[in-house]
Design a protein around this ligand. Structure first.
Ligand code: PLP
Length: 470
């Protein structure tokens, strides 16, 4: 690691000195509503260092990160293997962003990614974000099929740029941004008949779906995605698998598609791809589809982006793939995921407020259900009337405040989603499960401080805002 760059630069010194101004700066120059939400939840701490699954607060606390930056920190924070590769690249002054050239690094990363996917997927377009990868797949499939429409799933999430937003299955993200892209239809997740009704109209360019829906961690039935792929083939629609959240070991396989032996026309990835350092995404498709977009020399540049294959992102991507292989992280994700859900299943049988746990690998959710005891039931109804998505804060807030564990509500429902780094240890999984058990014990007393905290928050937020993640 290059200590000179990472520890003694005057900009870093200034940021350390000004860390007490973090939230006033964010309030003045960034997103004041988000600042207010973080303050209401008690999440407005500042972190001075992050390592593996741990965030070190300037308040002296060490927090266990079970949210993993929504998949950003799949390899844990500041993984030394990626850090080493980036430090070496900086030292070597490798060229990045020359645009009218290629560096071997981008071809190498493309080659390694394709080697992990079904054979027909052999052509890569690099982006700087997940939404950009989704947008690229929409454009490429429109050209490849010469068809206008797109089908996606209710409850799905694909990012907030115009294209991805138009296929988003959660109205809240779309409201007030209309008009969206025409010809985008959402069908219920898991409903093959409704999907076929749309596809048989013969004008659908692509069906875009997450293998596991990120917003609610909705795992499909065993036949759903295979059948959807078959329907796409039958009606000439391209099958786009959005693995932006599920890629690279997250679900206990390299890709979630490996669970069902899928052969989509596109696979999209991002989030974990650069090991949590440099913005990076990828759209991977078949050569004949890619060639339809850039098929003549004068069209070679019709779909490129400035930061798409910048060298720092490419080397971070390569180092990420190698770290996952070298440290057996796919296997770890599978085993720790099983351990986590076994622990959660015990809690579901013990605590009436918990209804379900589900997931694959280290993409896991637990869901709350209406309690049976009268006083808690009344509270449950009042909280849901006040704001959907607020109830899980009953657990999220004390987990953070009292146990120093970071979790997050998953959209406007009763689900807490866990996306911890896939480097997590067995001890850390146990630490989480016992802390959650304690918090849930406290919840069983409807007059406890936890309920009071939540009601105080409701008083402040009603009519003003609500809480959700993506
Ligand atoms: N697709 C899925 C499945 C996602 O989970 C996300 C982000 O949460 C996106 C697309 C959008 O990615 P980004 O936020 O990098 O634009």
């Amino acid at each position: 690691m290059n200590q000179t760059i990472l520890e003694t630069h005057p900009i870093l010194d200034e940021a350390r000195t000004r860390s007490s101004e973090t939230y006033s700066l964010a309030n003045d120059y960034l997103n004041p509503s988000l600042v207010e939400v973080l303050s209401l939840l008690g999440f407005d701490v500042t972190y001075e260092r992050a390592e593996g699954c741990c965030l070190h607060g300037t308040n002296g606390n060490v927090y266990l990160d079970m949210h993993g930056g929504e998949g950003f920190a799949t390899l844990g924070h500041n993984h030394p293997d990626i850090q080493g590769a980036l430090a070496a690249a900086l030292e070597a002054q490798i060229p990045g962003g020359v645009q009218i050239q290629f560096h071997a690094l981008s071809g190498m990363l493309g080659e390694e990614l394709c080697s992990l996917l079904p054979k027909p997927l052999n052509s890569v377009y690099f982006t700087s974000s997940g939404a950009e990868a989704v947008d690229a797949a929409m454009k490429f499939s429109r050209i490849a099929t010469q068809r206008p429409r797109f089908v996606s799933c209710q409850g799905g999430y694909h990012g907030v740029h115009w294209g991805p937003l138009s296929i988003c299955g959660e109205r809240m993200f779309q409201e007030r941004f209309e008009p969206l892209l025409p010809g985008c239809v959402q069908v219920p997740h898991g409903d093959l008949d409704r999907l076929e009704d749309e596809l048989k109209q013969g004008d659908v360019a692509a069906f875009i779906v997450e293998p596991i829906q990120g917003l609610g961690v909705n795992v499909p039935t065993d036949d759903y995605l295979l059948e959807a792929e078959r329907l796409c083939r039958r009606y000439g629609t391209l099958f786009v698998l959005d693995e932006i959240q599920t890629c690279l070991g997250r679900t206990g396989k390299w890709f979630a598609l490996d669970y069902w032996g899928l052969e989509p026309d596109f696979v999209l990835m991002s989030k974990s791809l650069s090991g949590g350092y440099i913005p990076l995404g990828a759209m991977i498709t078949r050569r004949e589809i890619y060639d339809k977009v850039t098929n003549t020399l004068d069209r070679c540049y019709v779909h490129e982006s400035t930061f798409g294959r910048n060298s720092m992102a490419m080397i971070a991507g390569l180092a990420t793939l190698r770290a996952i292989k070298d440290h057996g992280l796919v296997e770890n994700a599978f085993e720790r995921g099983e351990q986590l859900r076994a622990g959660l299943r015990n809690l579901v049988s013990k605590h009436e407020i918990l209804k379900d746990t589900r997931g694959l690998g280290l993409m896991t959710a637990f869901e709350f259900g209406e309690p049976r005891s009268l006083k808690q039931k009344v509270h449950w109804k009042a909280i849901h009337l006040a704001s959907p998505g607020l109830f899980p804060q009953l657990v999220v807030i004390p987990l953070f405040r009292d146990h120093h564990i970071l979790t997050m509500v998953s959209s406007k429902n009763d689900v807490i989603k866990l996306l911890p780094p896939i480097t997590i240890s067995s001890e850390q999984v146990n630490q989480f499960v016992s802390a959650l058990d304690e918090v849930l014990d406290d919840c069983s007393n409807a007059g406890s401080e936890q309920w009071n905290t939540l009601f105080q928050i409701i008083k402040r937020v009603v009519g003003k805002t609500s809480f959700q993640g993506s």
